[in-house]
Every structure is written in structure tokens, then in C-alpha cells.
Design a protein around this ligand. Structure first.
Ligand code: T1G
Ligand code: NAD
Length: 652
């Protein structure tokens, strides 16, 4: 068996290298290798210091999450880290890529931490429904202080190396060859100054008002997820108890959480997000190059897609139907870039470069060099087919053409061009420069390398790509249409919009379905219902309450009123007019209204998601139940810590 941990000693410095692709996870073999490395370097009289390195693209990215379902095997990580911390020869961790979870905990066991400029550090266990389980909640506050430690552990976000240096989390940022620099550092005088191991240090008390406020903010953000609250408990233990006691408590909490359904759900989504985008038919298929992107339509979605591409460093041409619409679209894009700059996501030079990569046009000739064109015009088949006919004439024959339609038949759109094999669906979610999800829709005639180009674009934009077959609404919108329909039924049966939305928020959704419709606009779904009217089965229950709202011009936030009234309260207030329409609808159908409990409401919503999900799987629209869960969690606010509707059904 290949040893994932090797030692080479030169001039009294031992280099311990971990090589366990793809992310140097702390599998049992790696832990054993590290424990052996401590014993061997301690026993070797020639060794004065040890440098810990990782081969490949990253430092240790954590414990091996795949081992969590198994019985823990020795050596256990806390023991290995204690050995490193207790070693008489100082260990220096050389960090590149991502030092995460158990990986950062190992680095905290080392006396010094050097990092290259691209490194990122974090304790993201909370995102897996856990807390650090190998000393992170005890050693980190002793190094960076309790408030900073809590933010890292309860937030689960990575910090840049500059931030890490500022916090004292790393001792030095190394430009150039990290290994050489670490070996030089190990020989340097720096080691002559004894450095107290973190476990032996005291924890600095923090300002109690700030501490209470910080804890309250984290508890509010948790919205039903346990692990952020457990992180607070662990840090309180670190503050109140001797280090070894706090460590034992941390371990106890860690094992409690490891078997908690929330952690099982979050681990399911972690791996589902990494498997959902893999299409067997695309194995080894090379995507087409895409340096210049064209986007047709500069409205809500078009402008968002342009911004996403610019923020990813691509050149973009936006095409609109007239000058007025073009300048409105350009303004939307410029505002988004300015916002990103204001929030420190991009610096001034980058902003200027991105503005230089952006141009607008109303003449299709401007798309002559585009490698990939994404259409985001009105949700109308005739308008879209007309656009694709013009694109067919204006673009290079090998340019990829994609539509961002929410519901329309992409095969029918593709027939508007001479070579339908270059047409696919790239279904973004609003706002397109923020939402991580991208449904890649594959009409029957699409070429493999055209699809592969969509996946390559998704990776470039940092999106989670999920393949979907052609049907009304693909995966996400189809399931949403189904549970929105069920919610409309519940309005007639006895509920009000605020009841349904409250039940969904308590369940863990960021927003209820009626508030979400008001945000997206009621007009898109209305257009879809009108289109479906001709083919709707006569015996199918139909609720016309949303149609009545639309006929009154209540399209949601953009018209000041929809399911809620936004005239007096920007968050939206229940509207007696809407309640009147609802109770009359029940009466007109002779339905006796019966109040519905939150459990009944959620039972019906999740039930419909699961049954529609099974139909979608049967029809091959989605590749796996995991794919459906990834879509619902990343596109429709389904609470991550519940894993998704199919996971809840035990189907995934
Ligand atoms: N364990 C096992 N497999 C892992 C893994 C891990 N920790 N991290 C990644 N992989 C696999 C992943 O499934 C994929 O496999 C491949 O590596 C590439 O990943 C005691 C208990 C490191 C930022 O939460 O955030 O330590 O699909 O596609 O986009 O306190 O992976 O190719 O077969 O995501 O470049 C804490 C999790 C663990 C970090 C790289 N650590 N990983 O992102 O590649 S808990 C984490 C990531 C812990 C201790 C506790 C990301 C990444 P496959 P990828 P990427
Ligand atoms: P929108 O009304 O905000 O923008 C549409 C833009 O297209 C307008 O600026 C209009 O001037 C332009 N346009 C119309 N016809 C054109 C033509 N022939 N040539 C060039 N430009 C033209 O609409 P939107 O919300 O951005 O939706 C666009 C598409 O994206 C629709 O197919 C919609 O279903 C889909 N979509 C919308 C959302 C959402 O949440 N709004 C999410 C995903 C997908």
C-alpha cells in the first residue's frame, strides 16, 4: 500500500509530506502516518525541527468525511495533534490551497504556520452540521481571541491569508517557493525563541456586551440549524474551563452532532453537490472555448448573467432591442459591479478591467465573435424563436447558443436554427450573479461538447451545475409549480398566505412561497398558466385566486402589491382585500374553510415535492434524487440542514 505520509531529512530538518489526493483528507492512513512521523522524528537525534507539507493542490482539507459513517479507528485525530504539539522538535506547517477543519486543527498543533499568498483557512465543520472535533474550539480562541474564533467556527467561512496574518493565525506569508521558505525558516533563529503550545495558553476574556450580541446574531442566523449553537457552547466552554476539560467537552459535542439527522443531511448535500453535475455521457468530452460571451436581453436576468460573467473575468456583449432598453440594462450591470467594488469583492483595477470587458449593442453584428450566447428575453416562444433565427445568421457556426427560459420547450426553440445541436438551456436563478444554481437543460438534439461547454461555464462562474431534461419547468420550476399549486389549494381549504409562509419559515425556508412570488413577480407564472389553459385537464382542480390578483395588476413588489401589500410596510403586510378574494373563492366552490396547522401545511408541501420528484426521476428529467435535492436547496431555499425533499423521503 502507498504510504500517504513520507519523511525526508536534510541538514537536520525533517520534511513530512502528506500525499492523499484529491484534498489530502485525514484518512486513517494519514493519521497513522503522522503519528509515526512524530515518533520517528522525535527518536532521530539529527532532527532539530519538522516541516509539515502537502503534495498536490491543497494542504489538508479536513477529516475524511467519507469515514464518518464508519466506526472511528485509531489513531484518533486529537491524539495525533497532541503528539505534534507535545513534540520536543518544533513543527512548522506550510499551508497552500485550503487548510480546513481537521487540517487547520493540525496546523494549530504546530508551533508555527507559514502560508503562500493564495492560501485560505477555515473551520467549516458547521456546514456539515458539526463543530471542530480535534481541538479547534480550544486552540483557536487561544491564538486569535474568542470573538474571532467564534466568527470562524460558527460562520464556517474561509478567511484569506491576509486576514489570517492580521488575526495572528499565520506567522508569515511566503512569496515564491513555500517548501524552500519553510525549510529555511526551520533552520532559522526563529526557533530559538521558545513558543508556548496553544493548549498551555490562557484565553483572553472578551467584552461581555459584544460577546452577548455576537452570540445573539449567530443564534438568529441559525434558523433551526443546531451546529452554530453548538459552536457557541464550545466557545463558552473554552472561556470557562481549563483547556483539557474544554477539549473533552468539544469531543462529546462533536460525537453528538456527528450522528444528528442534521449532520447526516448536510453531509448528504455536500456529496450530492459534487456528484449531481456529473453526466456519464460527458466523460472525457472537451468543451468548446468561450472567451467572449453574448447575452440577449438586459432585464432582471440578462443583466445578472452579464454581471456574473464579468465578475468571472469574461468579455461580454449585451444586446438589447433598442437604445433605451440597452442603457437601462447597462445601468443595471454597472450598479452590480459598483456594489461588488463597494463590498470589497473587487478592487478598483479589477472594476476598471471588468468595465472594459463589457460592451452593449442593438445590432446582432456585434455578436459575430461570440463563442457562447445566452438569451434572456421575454418568456414568449415567438419572441425567443425570432431571436434564435437572428442569432443563427449573426453568430459563428460553432458558437454555442443557450436560452435562459424558465418553462418553454427548448427543443422547439432549437428548431429555429439550422443546427439545433448547438442549442442548450442554461437556466440561471435570480439574482444570477449570486445564486449558485445553474440548471443545464439538454434538448434531444444537443451535442455533447455543447453541453460540456455549459458545465465548463458553470465551473468558471462558480456555479453548481445540475443537468435537467426538457419538460415544463425542468426540475426546479416544475416542482415549485406543483407545491405552489398545492399552496393555492390550501388557500381555498382554509389557510391564508401568511399562514403558509410562516410555516415554511419555521421549517427553515428563508422565505415563504407567497412572499417569494411577490419578489420574483406574479406575471411570469400567470403567463405560464394562460399558456397551459388550453391543455389543462378539465377535471384538474384549478384555483384562480392568483389570476384574480394579476387581473388587478398586483404583480408583487414591482407593483407595490401582490399577495401582500407593500405600500405601508416594505416587508409586506397581509391585505384584507386578498383575504376577501380567498374566502369568496372558497365560498364560490362550496368549500368550508378549516384552519390548517403548520405541520399539515408542511406535510402537504413536502409530500408534493417528493411525489413530483419521483415523477421527474421516472421520466429521466433528473439523473438522481441527489440532483433534485441540490436544485431545491440551492435554487428554492429548501433548508440545507434538512437535506432536501428526496433525502427526507429516504429516496437519496
Ligand atoms: N473528505 C472527503 N472527501 C473530500 C473532502 C473531505 N473533507 N473534501 C473534499 N473531498 C472530495 C470531494 O468529495 C471531491 O470528490 C473531491 O474531494 C474534490 O472536492 C475533526 C471533523 C477542499 C474547498 O468541510 O470544502 O475536519 O467528487 O469538488 O471545488 O474537526 O472540497 O472528486 O469524488 O469540492 O476544489 C472539514 C470540505 C471536514 C472541507 C475543494 N472540511 N471540502 O473544493 O473540489 S470535517 C471541510 C471542501 C473535519 C475535524 C472535522 C472542498 C475544497 P469527487 P471538490 P473544490
Ligand atoms: P425582464 O422583463 O426583466 O427582461 C427581459 C429583457 O429582454 C427586457 O429588457 C427587454 O427589453 C429584452 N428583450 C425583449 N425582447 C427582446 C428582443 N427581441 N431582443 C433583445 N432584447 C429583448 O425579464 P427577466 O425576468 O429577465 O426574464 C428573462 C428570461 O429569463 C425569461 O425567459 C424568464 O422566464 C427567464 N427567467 C426569469 C427568472 C426571474 O426570476 N425573473 C429566473 C430564471 C429565468
Amino acid at each position: 500500500m502507498i504510504q500517504p505520509v513520507t519523511i525526508s531529512t536534510q541538514n537536520g530538518i525533517a520534511a513530512v509530506t502528506i500525499d492523499n489526493p484529491p484534498v489530502n483528507a485525514l484518512s486513517q492512513a494519514v493519521r497513522q502516518g503522522l503519528a509515526d512521523a512524530v515518533q520517528r522524528t522525535e527518536a532521530d537525534a539529527d532532527v532539530r525541527a519538522v516541516v509539515l507539507l502537502c503534495a498536490g493542490r491543497t494542504f489538508i482539507a479536513g477529516a475524511d468525511v467519507r469515514e464518518f459513517g464508519q466506526t472511528p479507528r485509531e489513531p484518533h485525530l486529537p491524539d495525533v495533534i497532541d503528539m505534534i504539539e507535545g513534540a520536543t522538535k518544533p513543527w512548522i506547517a506550510a499551508l497552500h490551497g485550503t487548510a480546513l477543519g481537521g487540517g487547520l486543527e493540525v496546523a494549530l498543533g504546530c508551533r508555527f504556520r507559514l502560508a503562500d499568498p493564495s492560501a485560505r483557512l477555515g473551520l467549516p465543520e458547521v456546514n456539515l452540521g458539526l463543530i471542530p472535533g480535534a481541538g479547534g474550539t480550544v486552540r483557536l480562541p487561544r491564538l486569535v481571541g474568542v470573538p474571532a474564533a467564534l466568527e470562524m467556527i460558527a460562520g464556517g467561512k474561509m478567511v484569506s491569508v491576509d486576514k489570517a496574518l492580521e488575526m495572528g493565525l499565520v506567522d508569515r506569508i511566503v512569496d515564491g517557493d513555500l517548501t524552500q521558505a519553510a525549510l529555511e525558516f526551520a533552520k532559522s533563529a526563529a526557533l530559538e525563541t521558545p513558543v508556548e503550545p496553544l493548549m498551555a495558553r490562557d484565553v483572553a476574556q472578551s467584552d461581555s456586551d459584544k460577546w452577548e450580541a455576537q452570540k445573539a446574531a449567530i443564534a438568529k442566523r441559525a434558523r433551526g440549524q443546531n451546529s452554530p449553537l453548538a459552536a457557541i457552547t464550545a466557545l463558552e466552554n473554552a472561556l470557562a474551563m481549563p483547556a483539557d476539560q474544554a477539549l473533552a467537552k468539544e469531543r462529546e459535542l462533536f460525537f453528538q452532532l456527528k450522528d444528528d439527522p442534521q449532520s447526516l443531511a448536510l453531509r448528504h448535500i455536500f456529496f450530492a453537490e459534487r456528484s449531481a453535475g456529473k453526466m456519464p455521457r460527458l466523460k472525457g468530452v472537451k468543451p468548446r472555448p468561450f472567451d467572449e460571451i453574448g447575452v440577449i436581453g438586459g432585464g432582471t436576468m440578462g443583466a445578472g448573467i452579464v454581471a456574473a460573467c464579468l465578475l468571472a473575468g469574461l468579455r461580454v456583449v449585451m444586446l438589447e432591442r433598442d437604445d433605451e432598453s440597452l442603457s437601462a440594462g447597462q445601468e443595471r450591470v454597472q450598479n452590480t459591479l459598483a456594489q461588488s467594488h463597494k463590498r470589497g469583492l473587487i478592487d478598483a483595477d479589477t472594476l476598471t478591467r471588468m468595465q472594459g470587458n463589457f460592451s452593449g449593442a442593438t445590432d446582432y453584428a456585434a455578436l459575430g465573435n461570440a463563442d457562447l450566447v445566452i438569451e434572456a428575453v421575454f418568456e414568449d416562444m415567438a419572441v425567443k424563436r425570432d431571436v434564435f433565427t437572428r442569432l443563427d445568421a449573426a453568430t459563428k457556426p460553432d458558437a454555442v447558443l443557450a436560452t435562459n427560459t424558465s418553462y418553454l420547450d427548448i427543443a422547439e426553440i432549437a428548431e429555429a436554427v439550422a443546427d439545433p445541436s448547438r442549442v442548450s438551456g442554461l437556466h440561471f436563478f435570480s439574482p444570477a450573479y449570486i445564486m449558485k444554481l445553474l440548471e443545464i437543460v439538454h434538448p434531444p438534439k444537443v451535442a455533447d461538447d455543447v453541453l460540456a461547454t455549459g458545465f465548463a461555464l458553470a465551473k468558471r462562474l462558480g456555479k453548481i451545475a445540475v443537468p435537467a431534461g426538457v419538460c415544463d419547468g425542468f426540475i426546479g420550476n416544475r416542482i415549485m409549480s406543483a407545491y405552489r399549486r398545492e399552496c393555492d389549494y390550501m388557500l381555498e381549504d382554509g389557510a391564508l398566505p401568511q399562514d403558509v409562509d410562516a410555516a415554511m419559515r419555521d421549517f427553515g425556508f428563508a422565505m415563504g412561497i407567497f412572499a417569494m412570488q411577490d419578489m420574483a413577480g406574479l406575471d411570469i407564472a400567470w403567463a405560464m398558466r394562460k399558456r397551459q389553459a388550453a391543455t389543462r385537464p378539465a377535471d384538474m382542480r384549478y384555483v384562480d385566486i392568483p389570476d384574480q390578483l394579476c387581473e388587478l395588476g398586483r404583480f408583487g413588489r414591482k407593483t407595490g402589491a401582490g399577495w401582500y401589500d407593500y405600500s405601508s410596510d416594505p416587508k409586506g403586510a397581509p391585505d384584507p382585500l386578498v383575504e376577501g378574494i380567498i374566502t369568496k373563492a372558497s365560498a364560490d366552490k362550496g368549500i368550508t374553510r378549516v384552519p390548517l396547522s403548520a405541520d399539515e401545511i408542511m406535510g402537504r408541501i413536502i409530500g408534493v415535492m417528493q411525489s413530483e420528484g419521483r415523477k421527474i426521476l421516472d421520466e429521466g428529467i433528473a439523473q438522481s434524487p441527489e440532483a433534485i435535492d441540490v436544485v431545491m436547496v440551492n435554487g428554492y431555499g429548501f433548508p440545507r440542514w434538512r437535506g432536501g425533499p428526496m433525502f427526507m423521503a429516504g429516496d437519496a
